[in-house]
Design a protein around this ligand. Structure first.
Ligand SMILES: *Cc1c(COP(=O)(O)O)cnc(C)c1O
Length: 459
C-alpha cells in the first residue's frame, strides 16, 4: 500500500515538558513584556512559534557529535568534517564558519558594502537588510509581482523579478552593485520558494554584467524539496542533487545553520573568490575567531556537519513540508486568511485581511500576536510594520508592504496534536477578531526595533 498518512520520520528519545498557564497569568506576563512577544519569558509560553531559528531538535547522532567534537584551537578535525560536508553541498572553494548567519553577513557587507552601493535581493531578511544598511549601502527588494499578493496561489512566489533586476543594474551602474543576492526560501516574503529556472536566469543577468550572485541559503533544503515537488525535470532528482545545482549558479553563500542545518547555533560564509575569502578570514579573526572555528566550538561544527546530512533526507523533507501545509490547509478551511500556498518553514497569517479595520500604523499583526498568546499561550511574531515600518524625513509613517504574523514551525519539535491545538486557538481568535484592538509603540530602538520595542493597546 501507499500510505496516505505522512508520519514523523523519527521516534522521540528525550522529552522536554511544556508549562501550562492561565489566561489571567498570561495577561500579566504580556503586560510586563510591553506586549512584545520577544520580551516574554519562554517558560511562560506553551507552544513557541516565534522562530524556527536555533529551535530544532537535534538527533541522537548530532548529540553524539557534540561529545565527539574536537576542541583544538586550530585545525580541529571537526572543522575538516564540517568543511567537507559544506563543500559537498555548495561546491564552494572557501568555507568560513561563523557563529550565526548575521556574522557571515556582517563580514561580507563590511567588505563589499559601503555608501553609494546597492544590494539587490528577492527580499532581504531583517538582519541582512540591517547589515547592508549598517555598511552604508542600500538594500533593495526586487521580488516578482506574484510574491507580493498573499491571496494568489503560485508555485514559486519567492522568485526574483528578472526584468526589474536588469533595469536596476542599468539604472544604478554595475560599479555600484558589488553583488546580487537570492534568499531561498524567501523568509520575509512568506517562506516561498525560488525556482531553479529563476536562479539560473538571475545568474545569467548577473553574469552578463559581471556581478557575483550570492545565495542567502538558510533554507536551501526546503527550497530544493519544493523544486522537486513543483518544477518540471526535478521529480526524480534527490534533494541533495537539486541543492547542488542551486549552489552551482552562485559565487558565494551566507548561511544560518540555525535553520536548515538542524542546530541551535552556527553559520557559515561560503565563497569561490580567493581574495574575498582571504579578506573575510582576516576580518573573521578580529570579530569571530580563528578560521577553523569562527566563533563556534568544535562540537558545534560536528553538529552542523551531521545536521546538513540529515536535512537533505527525503523523508524528513516530505514530513517537514507536509506538516506546515497541513496547518495551512486547516486554517484556510476555517476561513483564516494566510499567504497561499503555505511556505516551507512557516504559515503567515495575512493581518490586513484578518483585521481590515486596524490601520497599519496601529500594527494589526501585533494585535494578533498578542491575542494568540492571551488565548492559548502561543508565541508568534509580527512581520509587518513593526518590523519593517519606517518614517520619512518629516516623520511620516511608511508602512511595510505586507502586514503578516508568522507562525514558524521549529524542526522536529512539535507533533501533530500540538498543531491541532494551535489550529483550535487561531480559529477561536479569528472568530473573535472584532474585539481585537490596535497598538501603539511606547519605546523603540533606532535599528531592528521589533526585538525590544514596547507597546500599549489603543482603547
Ligand atoms: C535567520 C536568517 C538570517 C540570519 O541568520 P542568524 O543565524 O539568525 O544570524 C539571514 N537570512 C535569512 C533568510 C534568515 O532566515
Amino acid at each position: 500500500m501507499k500510505p496516505k498518512t505522512i508520519i514523523e520520520p523519527f521516534k522521540i528519545k528525550s522529552v522536554e515538558p511544556i508549562r501550562f498557564t492561565t489566561r489571567e497569568e498570561r495577561e500579566k506576563f504580556l503586560k510586563d513584556a510591553g506586549y512584545n512577544a520577544f520580551l516574554l519569558h519562554a517558560d511562560d509560553v506553551l507552544i513557541d512559534l516565534l522562530t524556527d531559528s536555533g529551535t530544532s531538535a537535534m538527533s541522537a547522532k548530532q548529540w553524539a557529535g557534540i561529545m565527539d567534537g574536537d576542541e583544538s584551537y586550530a585545525g580541529s578535525k571537526s572543522f575538516y568534517r564540517f568543511e567537507s560536508v559544506v563543500r559537498n553541498i555548495t561546491g564552494m572553494k572557501f568555507i568560513i564558519p561563523t557563529h550565526q548567519g548575521r556574522a557571515a553577513e556582517k563580514i561580507l557587507f563590511t567588505l563589499v558594502g559601503g555608501a553609494g552601493k546597492y544590494i539587490p535581493n528577492n527580499s532581504h531578511f531583517d538582519t541582512t537588510r540591517a547589515n547592508v544598511e549598517f555598511s552604508g549601502a542600500e538594500a533593495v527588494d526586487l521580488l516578482n509581482e506574484v510574491g507580493k499578493h498573499p491571496e494568489i496561489r503560485a508555485d514559486f512566489k519567492g522568485n526574483m523579478d528578472i526584468e526589474k533586476l536588469e533595469a536596476f543594474i542599468k539604472e544604478k551602474g554595475v560599479e555600484n552593485i558589488p553583488l546580487c543576492m537570492i534568499t531561498v526560501t524567501n523568509n520575509s516574503g512568506g517562506g516561498q520558494p525560488v525556482s531553479m529556472q529563476n536562479i539560473r536566469e538571475t545568474k545569467e543577468v548577473c553574469k552578463k554584467y559581471n556581478i557575483p550572485l550570492f545565495l542567502d541559503a538558510c533554507r536551501f533544503a526546503e527550497n530544493a524539496y519544493f523544486i522537486k515537488l513543483r518544477e518540471k525535470g526535478y521529480e526524480n532528482k534527490t534533494p541533495l542533487e537539486i541543492a547542488q545545482e542551486m549552489f552551482s549558479y552562485a559565487d558565494g553563500a551566507t548561511m544560518s545553520a540555525k535553520k536548515d542545518a538542524l542546530v541551535n547555533i552556527g553559520g557559515f560564509l561560503a565563497l569561490n573568490d580567493e581574495q574575498l575569502a582571504m579578506n573575510s578570514r582576516n576580518l573573521l579573526i578580529v570579530t569571530e575567531g580563528f578560521p577553523t572555528y569562527g566563533g563556534l566550538a568544535g562540537r558545534d561544527l560536528e553538529a552542523v556537519a551531521q545536521g546538513l546530512l540529515e536535512i537533505v533526507d527525503e523523508s524528513y523533507l516530505q514530513y517537514r513540508i507536509r506538516s506546515v501545509a497541513y496547518l495551512g490547509e486547516k486554517l484556510v478551511a476555517a476561513g483564516v486568511p494566510i499567504i497561499e500556498p503555505p511556505g516551507g518553514h512557516a504559515i503567515y497569517i495575512d493581518a490586513k485581511r484578518f483585521l481590515p479595520d486596524i490601520p497599519a500604523e496601529q500594527f494589526p499583526g501585533q494585535s494578533i500576536v498578542a491575542e494568540l498568546y492571551l488565548e492559548g499561550g502561543i508565541r508568534a511574531v509580527e512581520i509587518g510594520s513593526v518590523m519593517f515600518g519606517k518614517y520619512d524625513k518629516n516623520g511620516k509613517f511608511i508602512p511595510s508592504m505586507m502586514e503578516l504574523v508568522r507562525l514558524a514551525v521549529p524542526r522536529r519539535v512539535y507533533t501533530q496534536s500540538h498543531i491541532d491545538y494551535l489550529i483550535e486557538v487561531i480559529v477561536e481568535v479569528y472568530k473573535n477578531r472584532n474585539k481585537l484592538k490596535g497598538y501603539k509603540i511606547t519605546y523603540e530602538a533606532p535599528m531592528l526595533r521589533h526585538f525590544t520595542a514596547r507597546f500599549e493597546p489603543i482603547n
